[in-house]
Design a protein around this ligand. Structure first.
Ligand code: SF4
Ligand code: SF4
Length: 437
């Protein structure tokens, strides 16, 4: 990194980082044992306290941010397990997003083609649901036409990174039709109505896990909700915010707020921890936008995870006795650490007649998926996954239940790698519940 770039990055960090949050950290280190990258490496710079110290040193002019600084910020999973452990309530998640936002404007690390791909994916693909649908159709054609078999046989898939080829193996079948194409934009409550909810369908979720979206709507209807799925909603902006593309994340947030306000809903339901966590923080995301503050608060205060709303607001679902199975639960970090809803899925699963719930050691620790972390930092992601699978296998569970598409794919990857041929399966909580009502 040239001196001029380092200087301008330093200026940008000064502008973007919340200095009060940097000084709130009293260096106690309570967060260290919660941090997966610190647990794996034992290196201070790979811990929340270490990263905060680096940010503060850069802002105070004690050190110039260099390539190593960028790398340490990039190694963080953004799982936010450090936040509940912090007695000073340091908003670490906000700090890392601010640091990445500054880095993104100045980095010399991304090669030109990576910058190009990011521009297309973040700017031209994710924000447009119709283009996401086209992507789903393309993927479906690849999976169904024989091209996938050919690509695997000829080894073309392996020409990309090893990690990409492993991910390709476990991708579910893409859907040609999204949840609105299948169910329309309104589904009435079954039986007595208890309220009206808006369903947040997600972008990738609606392409790769449309069945889970459809079952989410049907579970909500069975629990007594009229369900509205506003057609105008778009991507939540989580990937953008976590990767330093803050302006785009804010644009997406404004668009979603408008779509759900116009729908006139009591609650907004998410079935993906990663999406739900940014939705519930739209008020923070738009805190410096006077025009949108009130609407953002309105939106954020209504966001609920599917497990929470079923448990707390809906009519109890009539679960039937399923086959006698052992189940365990892998937390979605964002559901647990940001939405503070780690208990709701467990309570629901423990109600399931015929199923035995077994808690997994370190279930609350990140699985290494973390958005696109398992693609951008494959070595650390795989080390974390290896340890996770040791704990998962020790439960002898038939099902690893999750609440987030990224975690679900990571668990599938883990089973494929560590327990091939075993009866263990990874499943989204909605799919698991739906089978038993
Ligand atoms: S967000 Fe997760 S990985 Fe990042 S510093 Fe906090 S605990 Fe560690
Ligand atoms: S627990 Fe909080 S105050 Fe203590 S070192 Fe970590 S971030 Fe700083």
């Amino acid at each position: 990194m040239s001196n001029a770039t380092a200087k301008s990055l330093q200026e940008s960090l000064k502008l973007k980082l919340d200095y009060d949050q940097l000084t709130n950290c009293m260096r106690c280190g309570f967060c260290l044992p919660a941090c997966p990258t610190f647990k794996e490496t034992g290196v201070e710079a790979e811990s929340p306290r270490g990263r905060i110290s680096l940010m503060k040193a850069a802002v105070d002019g004690i050190m110039e941010p260099n390539v190593r600084f960028e790398e340490q910020m990039g190694h963080c999973l953004g799982c936010r397990a450090c936040e509940p452990a912090c007695p000073a309530d340091v908003k670490y998640g906000q700090l890392i997003e601010q640091a990445r936002d500054a880095i993104e404007d100045h980095t010399t690390q991304h090669r030109t083609w990576v910058k190009g791909v990011r521009k297309i994916v973040f700017g031209q693909l994710f924000p447009h649901q119709n283009r996401m649908k086209l992507l789903g159709k393309g993927l479906r054609f690849y999976q169904k036409s024989g091209a996938q078999t050919l690509a695997r046989k000829t080894g073309v898939v392996g020409l990309f990174s090893k990690q990409m080829s492993a991910m390709e193996r476990i991708l579910p079948e893409a859907a040609g039709k999204g949840v609105v194409d299948q169910l329309g934009t309104r589904v009435p409550a079954i039986g007595e109505k208890v309220g009206t909810v808006g369903m947040f369908r997600g972008c990738l979720m609606d392409v790769l896990f449309t069945e889970t979206n459809r079952k989410t709507v049907q579970l909500l209807a069975k629990a007594g909700f009229d369900v509205v799925i506003p057609e105008a909603q778009n991507c939540c902006g989580a990937l953008h915010a976590h990767s330093g593309e803050m302006d785009q994340a804010k644009q997406l947030a404004r668009h979603n707020i408008r779509a759900f306000q116009e729908a006139g809903v009591d609650y907004i339901v998410s079935n993906a921890g990663g999406c739900g966590a940014i939705l519930v923080e739209y008020d923070h995301l738009l805190h410096d936008d006077a025009q949108w503050q009130e609407q953002a608060k309105w939106f954020a205060s209504r966001v609920k995870d599917i497990s929470t709303i079923l448990l707390e607001k809906g009519r109890p679902l009539p679960f039937t006795e399923g086959p006698g199975v052992r189940i365990t639960y892998q937390d979605s970090c964002h559901l647990r650490n940001v939405m503070k809803a780690g208990e709701s899925p467990r309570k629901l699963l423990k109600q399931m007649p015929g199923a035995t719930f077994v808690e997994m050691k370190d279930a609350g620790s990140c699985c290494g998926s973390a958005g696109i972390y398992n693609l951008t930092q494959p070595d650390m992601a795989n080390t974390i996954l290896d340890h996770k699978m040791d704990h998962a296998k020790a439960t002898e569970a038939h099902y690893i239940v999750t609440s987030n598409p990224g975690c679900l794919l990571q668990m599938k990857l883990g089973i494929d790698k560590h327990a091939p041929g075993s009866p263990m399966q990874a499943v989204h909580i909605v799919d698991f519940l739906y089978e038993r009502v």
